[in-house]
Design a protein around this ligand. Sequence first.
Ligand code: NI
Length: 135
Amino acid sequence: MDNVIRFGVSIEPELLSKFDKLIDGKGYENRSEAIRDMMRRYLADTWSESDDNMVVGSLTIKYGHHVANITEKLTSLQHDHHSTIHCTTHVHLDSDECLEVLVVSGHAGDVRMLADSIGALKGVSHSRLVMTNPE
Ligand code: NI
């Protein structure tokens, strides 16, 4: 790496030991890469907390398509927010359950509101929104 700054960190041995075990299990080659990843994730999470910041992301949902009118409600909500939703991918998990991934962008507050509306629909058993800084 050409342009890096090295800095020292004071940390309790027990915490460092737990951290090393964790990153070893995740396949990181060294602490530096794991710490850089954590910093990027923290910055992205913090960025996404401000409603006015522009974000890109994905919303993953799982739902039972036999639950009353859920397919119609989901379609209607997605059409109402067509400018926020770029595309969706739908997977039929079995005869009852569906998995859907929506690629989204816009102001963090609007994206979060859409995700909350979808997650609150009866029949949606799992909903997870991931947002990050598009830059
Ligand atoms: Ni399906």
